[in-house]
Ligand binder design. Structure first.
Ligand code: MN
Ligand code: MN
Length: 365
């Protein structure tokens, strides 16, 4: 699988970009092309592809060399000691002259660019990440297995946590319980800082958990995900603590119906914008369009947010292999907010699978 991905990359570098070498430094991309998942912190860590010889070389911090050796099948592994200058080592293993270098422009810091520029003053730099991001959009069944595991852990963790919620606990305390559950259930780590918002706070689509105590009658919104073998889940459910009132029921039903309408719209070949519009028009019909201030969803996988972006202007079409969220919401200051977020996979055969299973009917806890 990793060799196949590298072959596609090499072919793109040769025929579309026409560059001499590619320098891949984003750790998740190194994982995508080699199977070696590692966080190098500030150390130099790069997969170098020579397009003429088709040789692939992985430059690895020396402390990671054994771990890398167990996993990767590139042509050469080069350890770099903390005391060494990585650019001298790079230069020793690359041709003396290079006309063009493919890099990931959003990952390559300006400082690293200056180092490379000093090595190859005449080289032009080309961005390779559009290609990589597009390749990543189409997920294989193997990749989806990791996502399914991440979803299973997240949903079980949420279920266990809901059983322990009582009035008087703070959002941060509930968050701590949920994160404990996720670890005990076998996640590799969190996908992002877990969101737990109650009452008024749930009206903030991008809010963070606080010391606010949860009270009877509050909305309680969880947006949570975990990582399994580099792949993420991203799920939102909203509950009511104690008895829900009519306004809460009304908002909740609208968001739930919008979520379901958007999911029903998913089909290979339709423009992505249609998915957003299906939910947005329904919410507008109900008079709440001004309270739905974000796109309906986003791709997920190695990153929690990746391509495709599912917004009302995106004309690109749904393809087999896409994995993305559907997450309409209504947020009203003074009342609170509801978001319901599912993870959807379009199989390689074009079948639409809802990977999330957590109930969507309004639950009073
Ligand atoms: Mn989310
Ligand atoms: Mn999301």
């Amino acid at each position: 699988m990793f060799l196949k991905r590298r072959m596609k990359l090499i072919s793109h570098l040769q025929t579309d970009l026409n560059v001499d070498v590619a320098l891949i430094i984003f750790p998740l991309h190194i994982y995508y092309f080699t199977g070696f998942l590692s966080d190098p912190h500030e150390r130099f860590f790069a997969l170098v592809v020579d397009t003429k010889t088709e040789k692939t070389t992985l430059f690895v911090p020396a402390l990671d060399i054994e771990a890398a050796r167990q996993v990767v099948d590139v042509n050469e592994l080069i350890p770099i000691q903390d005391s060494e200058n990585p650019y001298h080592i790079l230069k020793n293993h690359l041709p003396n002259e290079l006309d063009s270098i493919a890099v990931e422009k959003s990952s390559l810091s300006f400082l690293r660019y200056e180092h490379l520029k000093a090595l190859y003053p005449d080289a032009t730099f080309v961005n390779v990440e559009h290609f990589i991001h597009r390749e990543r959009m189409r997920k294989s069944p193997d990749e989806i297995q990791h996502v399914k595991k991440a979803i299973e852990i997240t949903e079980q963790g949420l279920k266990n946590t809901i059983e322990k919620v009582v009035s008087g606990l703070t959002e941060l305390q509930i968050k701590a319980e949920l994160e404990y559950q996720l670890t005990m259930l076998g996640s590799d780590g969190l996908a992002f800082d877990t969101v737990v918002l109650s009452g008024d706070q749930s009206a903030l689509p991008h809010g963070t958990a606080s010391h606010r105590k949860v009270n009877e009658g509050d909305f309680l919104l969880f947006d949570v995900g975990v990582r399994v073998n580099g792949y993420h889940s991203d799920i939102t459910r909203t509950f009511v603590v104690g008895k829900s009132n009519n306004k809460q029921k009304e908002i909740y039903e609208i968001v739930k119906n919008a979520n379901e309408r958007a999911i029903e719209r998913v089909e290979v070949g339709i423009p992505l914008k249609e998915i957003d519009i299906a939910a947005r028009e329904y919410i507008a019909e109900k008079g709440y369009d001004q309270y739905f201030p974000h796109r309906i969803g986003h791709g997920l996988g190695l990153d929690v947010h990746e391509l495709p972006s599912i917004h009302q202007e995106n004309e690109e079409k749904v393809e087999a292999g896409f994995l993305f969220t559907i997450e309409p919401g209504i947020y009203i200051l003074g009342i609170g907010g509801v978001r319901i977020e599912d993870n959807i996979y379009v199989t390689e055969q074009g079948k639409v699978e809802i990977l999330t299973n957590y109930p969507k009917t309004l639950i009073e806890i």
